[in-house]
Design a protein around this ligand. Structure first.
Ligand code: CA
Ligand code: CA
Ligand code: CA
Ligand code: CA
Length: 447
């Protein structure tokens, strides 16, 4: 297509150096009620029950033999897993019944002293990856309690789509984490999986219309935060150790266009990504959002969660950019190593959560590493966490994952929801604990 790009809307890349834009309009904040529109109240136990068969620890009022519990077993259709004789506690299970529900039913029975979910405990309070820069440089991961969360999960291989500049696919701390389109045969000039893109083995460059990415530091840095190759003895750790990165280039030299963004959102949703990270945004008028809104609606209908950076502006207060300000997208602002809002972070009623974004150490091009600052760096913390949550509770909806993240965030700024940090700065341990509701976390070793 021969389209005059100068007449198309431009998305501004959220550069680490805040743009010298004009002062923001007189911007008033609304009540907290309009803030987290993506996080509408959600039931955390979706039906059908997504849990594996779970166990209840059952204690009866008098010493029992197997026969003594037989009527209880029969009536509730229980399976005995084992008995702890010294304290006469029975471990029982009933497939297809949520453990909390089963415990509640049993405890109402006459002669039952207690019936409690069989929780999970963990050997250590923190996991320390062996990446050489983790301890000296990555305060951000420890601040949001990822080392504790990693004792419960380090994620799964579901890709996180990174819609950004080109990513350095050959970076030694990322190469093993790049998503592969299994249905595509590389380099044969054919669209083998019939998804509309020829030879799209490792994502797509929507700017140039080719499988070849043009790597830049920004996207490489963002991808590294969410999912760098972790515990591989070099460089940094990522928020999510297991997830792959689906590189979708929509920016080049700091900007891109709305049509490419829309196509990339659709590609991500149609090719297996569950979390879409958009460390980008622009001042797009409401009457110019329909195409990207339609792409967002498509991705949402496929169950995807979209996470976007609020924007960086030298003059504050300054409103949240599009698409972060969409009700269908999580808006992320940036906080500092001192756990306070970053002064150049855009703000407003659309803000959902905050995450570290100042002086974040991650990957750059040509196998290098660099510190960068911006809401672009905050968003991939949230994207990586969303994928961690899904790894422990795959049946959660995108709204439920967003709900877990916002409602477990640390309320570090003014009490309650506020326009600078939304519901607060993310807390990975609290989020993973909330997602895995019947796990019991016992911190034995504290740093
Ligand atoms: Ca293809
Ligand atoms: Ca091919
Ligand atoms: Ca590493
Ligand atoms: Ca607050």
């Amino acid at each position: 297509m021969n389209v005059n790009r100068t007449h198309r809307s431009i998305i501004i890349l959220l550069l680490t150096l805040a743009l010298g834009a004009a002062p923001g309009e007189n911007f008033t904040t609304n009540s907290a009620h309009s803030a987290a529109r993506i996080t509408r109240p959600a039931e955390l136990h979706p039906q059908p029950n997504p849990e594996p068969p779970s166990e209840v620890l059952l204690k009866l009022g008098a010493p029992t033999k197997a026969g003594g519990v037989s009527s209880l077993i029969t009536r509730h259709d229980l399976t005995i897993v084992k008995r702890i004789p010294r304290i006469d506690v029975w471990v029982v299970t009933r497939p297809q019944t949520p453990v909390a529900e089963l415990a509640r039913r049993l405890v109402q029975e006459k002669g039952v002293l207690w019936a409690e979910p069989n929780g999970r405990i963990y050997a250590t309070g923190v996991i320390t990856p062996n990446d050489t820069c983790y301890m000296p440089m990555q305060w951000n991961l420890r601040l949001v309690r990822l080392p504790e969360a990693w004792t419960i999960t380090t994620g799964d291989e579901t890709p996180i789509a990174v819609l950004d500049t080109g990513i350095d696919l050959d970076h030694a701390d990322l190469a093993a984490k790049i998503w592969t389109n299994e249905g595509e045969i590389p380099g044969n000039g054919l669209d083998d999986d019939d998804n509309g893109y020829v030879d799209d083995v490792h994502g797509w460059n929507f700017v140039a219309g080719t499988a070849l990415l043009a790597p830049e530091p920004h996207g490489t840095h963002v991808a590294g935060i969410a999912a760098a190759h972790t515990d591989n003895q070099i460089g940094i750790a990522g928020v999510n150790w297991q997830s792959t990165v689906m590189p979708l280039q929509v920016l080049q030299n700091g900007s891109g266009s709305l049509d490419d963004l829309a196509e990339a959102i659709i590609y991500a949703a149609d090719n297996g990504a569950q979390v879409l990270n958009l460390s980008l945004g622009g001042e797009i008028e409401e009457d110019a959002r329909k195409t990207v809104d339609a792409a967002i609606a498509h991705a949402r209908s496929q169950g995807c969660l979209l996470v976007a950076s609020a924007g960086n502006n030298r003059t504050q207060p300054y409103p949240v950019l599009y698409p972060a300000n969409s009700p269908q997208v999580m808006a992320v602002t940036a906080t500092t190593a001192d756990d306070v809002p970053w002064s150049n972070s855009n703000r407003g009623p659309e803000v959902d959560v905050a995450a570290p974004g100042v002086g974040i150490y991650s990957l750059s091009t040509d196998d290098s590493y660099a510190s960068m600052t911006g809401t672009s760096m905050a968003a991939p913390h949230v994207s990586g966490l969303a994928a961690l949550i899904w790894s422990v509770r795959p049946a959660l909806t995108a709204d439920q994952v967003a709900h877990v993240i916002t409602h477990t965030a640390q309320d570090t700024d003014t009490p309650g929801w506020d326009p600078r940090t939304g519901w607060g700065r993310i807390d990975a341990l609290a989020a993973i604990q909330a997602a895995s509701t019947h796990f019991i976390y016992i911190p034995i070793v504290q740093r």
